[in-house]
Design a protein around this ligand. Structure first.
Ligand SMILES: [Zn+2]
Length: 269
């Protein structure tokens, strides 16, 4: 049997889902739950708060959230984006990042099925979601988040590298670090230390061919967004746009479609 089906009295058989669909759903739900946790990590770690204590509470009135307020994605809509106690607005970042994590986890399963690279990719998108939350909230990419993933990838990539050699991953790490370290020196602080370290980890994870594509994509997307902000908000050149979310976006594009994009690009000429 490759799925769950219900037979009604009239003999009508309804296939609810097959096994593949069920796994997709499983990865999506897993992503929602982890996404909800990544919001907490991304918001608390830069504040030097524990990620387990105190339990989730309204940032405005400190009312402790009840189980029904903690259902990923759904609670936000059930409570209409407001705290049930003090009616303070809850940031839409929460449900958005939960949904994004759900979609990314599902995408990882689509891409790699059940393999060791699946584990690597789940870790990688987890890192990207957490640093995006931190960077959006505080303009900060915390070392305490980046370093553990850096160490983990350094070890795991030695054993798990289906697309590139381990050396290509190490070159990616070195390139990511050196390139952006130089940019930081030349631009005198135009590039944050967190961005440099994140690019090193991205290079380590993706290997240098996809790192170069990631740099191109995230810079293009970041610049495009910066121009839009200037047009619509009339902001001056000093307006700081957090770069972390664009590094994350570029990395995701490179991870999912990178080799296809590179091939498409070569065939243009
Ligand atoms: Zn409240």
């Amino acid at each position: 049997m490759d799925g769950l089906s219900f037979t009604y009295e009239g003999g009508i058989v309804i296939e609810l889902y097959d096994v593949a669909d069920m796994r997709l759903l499983l990865f999506f739900l897993l992503g929602l739950i982890f996404g909800s946790f990544f919001n907490v990590v991304g918001l608390r770690v830069p504040q030097k708060e524990s990620i387990i204590y105190p339990p989730s509470h309204c940032p405005k009135c400190a009312a402790q959230l009840k189980p029904r307020d903690l259902i990923p994605l759904l609670s936000y809509f059930i409570n209409r984006g407001k705290c049930r106690v003090c009616a303070a607005s809850i940031s839409p970042i929460y449900p958005v990042m939960e949904a994004v994590t759900g979609i990314l986890f599902t995408g990882v399963y689509f891409l790699y099925g059940f393999s060791w690279e699946t584990l690597m990719a789940l870790l990688f998108v987890s890192l990207l979601v957490i640093v995006t939350v931190s960077d959006l909230a505080y303009r900060l990419i915390p070392d305490k988040v980046v370093f553990p993933f850096w160490g983990l990838f350094l070890v795991l990539r030695f054993f798990i590298h289906p697309n590139e050699t381990y050396v290509a991953h190490l070159i990616g790490m070195a390139l990511g670090f050196i390139l952006f370290y130089l940019i930081a020196v030349v631009s005198r602080g135009g590039m944050g230390g967190g961005d440099i370290k994140l690019f090193a980890v991205v290079g380590l994870y993706l290997g240098y061919p996809l790192l170069l594509l990631t740099i191109l994509l995230s810079t293009l997307l970041g610049t495009f967004y910066g121009i839009l902000v200037m047009i619509f908000k009339g902001a001056g050149r000093k307006t700081e746009v957090p770069f972390g979310p664009f590094i994350a976006l570029g990395s995701i594009l490179a991870m999912f479609r990178g080799y296809a994009i590179i091939e498409w690009y070569w065939h243009l000429f």
